[in-house]
Design a protein around this ligand. Structure first.
Ligand code: PDD
Length: 274
């Protein structure tokens, strides 16, 4: 399987980056994860728009059009399966380790394509736990600097949970690597876009599907106590799609099974992605 690195395609094992790369030394870079269903890039324009917003936020210039990105990814796609592209752009190699940006910046651009298998928890529901959101205040940027997210996800895994649901100032923001939805009083609610969450593409799709299918839906802050009373909770991401949370902090959510609104939305999503 070939990967893309700075204009070349090569076997994964041959793709090498300097230890002086600012991605390695500082986590100085951004990334995207783009689903590819049977060879078709899912919501591609939206992913590239978000990538450009991330690049702008970290003051990195990579002037490529949507068509140019598409041409880069095309040779790695296999239309006989579902895949996802991991794209990472760092501020590149600098001759010495220095916090300030180097004078000459040649970004490192890396992309690989992996098979996407259905996430098992989608059918059964998963356990989640709430944890204090310890991340920085630029969570809208898809930065490769993920240490806080990793610690939070691992804390969840250590407690036999699939995801950590993060709490800031008494309100839930999102998951460690996902966005959050809840059904409260028969209404689907998700926290509004802000610097405290990543503007998820899956999240956008769900809001559109709700609108188009008369599912009552609102972007509104959710207090952690309100979440504990929700009849349904879901976490959403490009790689897992929509995952029902059936146990939160050791307590059953709703009936303890994937809910009715979830089943409807999952059906709509599966039909939409084809
Ligand atoms: N993560 N919030 C965070 C913190 C995330 O890391 C992700 C996705 C999302 C969902 O965004 P989207 O629907 O666009 O995938 C929300 C990716 C999948 C990852 O880090 O692998």
């Amino acid at each position: 399987d070939q990967v893309y690195l700075n204009g070349e395609y090569l076997p994964l094992a041959d793709a090498k980056v300097s230890v002086l790369d600012r991605g390695f030394l500082f986590g100085d870079g951004v990334y995207e994860v783009i689903p590819v269903y049977r060879g078709r890039l899912f919501r591609f324009d939206d992913h590239i728009t978000r990538l450009n917003a991330s690049l702008r936020a970290i003051r990195l210039d990579v002037n490529k059009t949507v068509a140019e990105w598409r041409a880069i990814f095309s040779p790695m796609l296999d239309s006989s399966k579902d895949q996802y592209i991991y794209l990472q752009i760092t501020r590149g190699y600098a001759p010495k380790r220095d916090h300030g940006f180097p004078e000459q910046v040649l970004p490192t651009v890396f992309a690989m394509c992996s098979e996407m298998k259905p996430f098992a928890g989608r059918a059964t529901g998963v356990k989640a736990l709430t944890l204090e959101d310890t991340r920085w205040r630029m969570c809208n940027v898809k930065a490769i600097t993920l240490l806080a997210n990793l610690l939070l996800r691992q804390e969840a895994l250590d407690q036999d949970c699939a995801e950590a649901i993060l709490v800031r100032n008494g309100y839930v923001t999102e998951g460690a690597a996902s966005n959050l939805f809840a059904v409260i009083d028969d209404e689907l609610i998700t926290p509004p876009k802000s610097n405290e969450i990543l503007p998820g593409i899956t999240r956008d799709v769900i809001l559109e599907l709700a609108e188009a299918n008369q599912i009552r839906c609102r972007e509104e802050v959710i207090a952690v106590e309100a979440l504990q009373d929700a009849s349904e909770i879901w976490v959403t991401s490009s790689t897992r799609e929509i995952v029902p949370v059936t146990e939160l902090d050791g307590m059953m959510v709703g009936s303890g099974k994937p809910g009715q609104v979830y089943r409807k939305m999952d059906q709509l999503f599966q039909a939409y992605k084809q």
